[in-house]
Ligand binder design. Sequence first.
Ligand code: T1G
Length: 696
Amino acid sequence: MIVSYALKGKVGVITVDSAPVNALSHAVRSGIANALTTAATDHSMAVVIICAGRTFIAGADITEFGKPPQEPSLNQILEQLDNHPKLTLAAIHGTALGGGFETALSCNYRIALKSAKVGLPEVKLGLLPGAGGTQRVPRLAGLGPSINLMTTGNPIAASQAAEWSLVDRVVDGDLLTEAVAYAEQLVAEQAPQKQARNGQLILSDADRDAISQQRELMRKKTRGETAPQRILDCIEAAELDFDKGLDRERELFIACMQDPQSTAMRHMFFAERAAAKVDNLPKDTSLLNVARVGIIGAGTMGGGIAMCFAQAGIAVTLLDMSDDAVNAGIEKITKNYAISVKRGRLSEAQVGGIMANITPTSSYNDLADMDLVIEAVFENLAIKQDVFKTLDGICKPGAILASNTSYQSIDEIASVTSRPESVLGMHFFSPANVMKLLEVVRGAQSSDTIIATAMAVAKTIGKVPVLSGMCYGFIGNRMLRPYAREASLCLMEGATPAQIDGAMERWGMAMGPLAVGDLAGLDIGYKAREQLTDEQKGEPATYIVADRLVEAGRLGQKSGAGYYRYDPDTRQRVDDPQVMTIVESACQELGISRRVISDDEIVDRLILALANEGAKILEEGIAQRASDIDVVYCFGYGFPRFKGGPMHTIEAMGLERAVARINEFQSTLNPGNWQLATILAELAASGDSLVGYHRD
Ligand code: T1G
């Protein structure tokens, strides 16, 4: 039974049992409504709502969004609760989120396990709490907690919820027993059927200032997103009479539901979860136990990767070529954590525990017993092959040998070992201890077991894994090349760095492409190009300025100047006329005459170049699904989640329009750069969905 009802003495117990997270599907809502109707007239003195499985109700059923609404709606359920003749009590375990927490807030009382959390994460879906949460929380907890809960969307512990009068009792024992006992106690004490709706939010001038400040803060923190501002509008409406406040919430909730941003962010919710799944993996594929991890290279990447595993409580052996080198790496990690302690993110004790998980060494023999070894040395194939030859001779049978390479062939690395089935790519993104994306790169001979294990390990260390096949640059960096190419060409053809980056940032990118180049270091691309033939480099206009900047010592932020000059204190970028001098002389050298380029052209060229390459990656089977490509860009490259990723973006634009624009670029720009992906032409013609596309 999805929802069952039974009397325990004088207490009616409604139990929701709808795996995986007791989401408020139509069946769950109907079951609760029927149980509340029964409880209204039976001889129960109080009603408890509790859930089976791992959590209390985790929200509305997101899979039902966009479909025709079916009664009873959640608001009808909550109205039933508001008017119920019996004392109602929500018994919370796991994570009571969104509409689940709003259901609990509509009960007279709330009891929670100490381990439970509550939250209103709707903002992460481009929504707002649409079942009275924006009106009940301010009346129960006041302005500060309301702003915190609803604009961050992060859950809070039961103890914090109790402090904010959002939970009445926190217990440690058997939840059902405790809940029935609490209900009986409340009845015996003739406790009132208190209701959040009867409260009143009074905003002082200081409160109104706080809301204005929060609006400013959200404009920066969630740049471009509409839901946070609408949430603050709802909180302001909590000063009104409750029903008027509810009307305002309803109006703004519908605005959110109809906003393309929410469609995009809901797409990302499911895309992130789908990405963790490996197609056609035999059901009986075993997972290897990963308790000890070796990392080779104590530089920026190796150190960041070591932090990921150590923070997850996994023993790490960090190796570099000398004690000095590995100790320098340990020192850098220590400095990173000192910043986290200073910012209050971690305690000294926590850092001590994490650092105790990291053992430095300069001897490969210490890696003999590792379950997984991740190589993070210089981006050079020969050097990586030497490392893997050594590992092959030292590591125990069955150890997983992974490379953190950004571009090199996993197959060529595996070919120097006697165990190619144990070799794969685990491509982290800098800074590795911060960026969520992890590309798991499958070599031709990588076994199902190590692929499945790497995908599972990624989740253990808090990463978002995406499986990639083998090609130059895998998914993300391969797409980055046409994106960066068009940025360079727009610069040569008439735009300035500020215009290009400004256009992309106004569109929604976290950082414009040229500023990203300065952040990463222009010398990285320069050194990579030195290893390429002129033909491999592509048209000189795509890299001549970057080369000239590096040759002028302008490596980017690390040297204080690149496409911009950087303020030494604030690291703010400043336009530098010297750069345009370099650009104009390069244009003369290549015979390029500059013209006015609109922001729209810049955005279309960069986004369509990105998506067109993504479509090719999809049709080549390098990516399992279009939504995986969206996950790569939103979690690894600062693509705005409220746009849903490159593939969702062109789907939302309309594939016909996207294809027409690409064909226009093919006839007006360098045609070689604008070969339309076959799949885009086919889907534009058939009208089928790109994001739903799944290679057979
Ligand atoms: N609806 C439908 N399916 C859901 C779901 C939901 N709300 N939450 C999770 N799932 C599925 C998920 O797709 C996955 O499916 C499986 O459950 C396990 O999820 C009116 C309008 C609860 C913390 O935003 O944060 O209420 O891949 O892998 O890591 O104001 O799921 O197995 O097929 O994430 O243990 C608000 C979203 C909705 C909560 C558990 N609620 N969920 O994390 O498991 S809007 C949320 C989560 C709303 C009201 C508004 C997490 C979790 P599959 P999982 P997990």
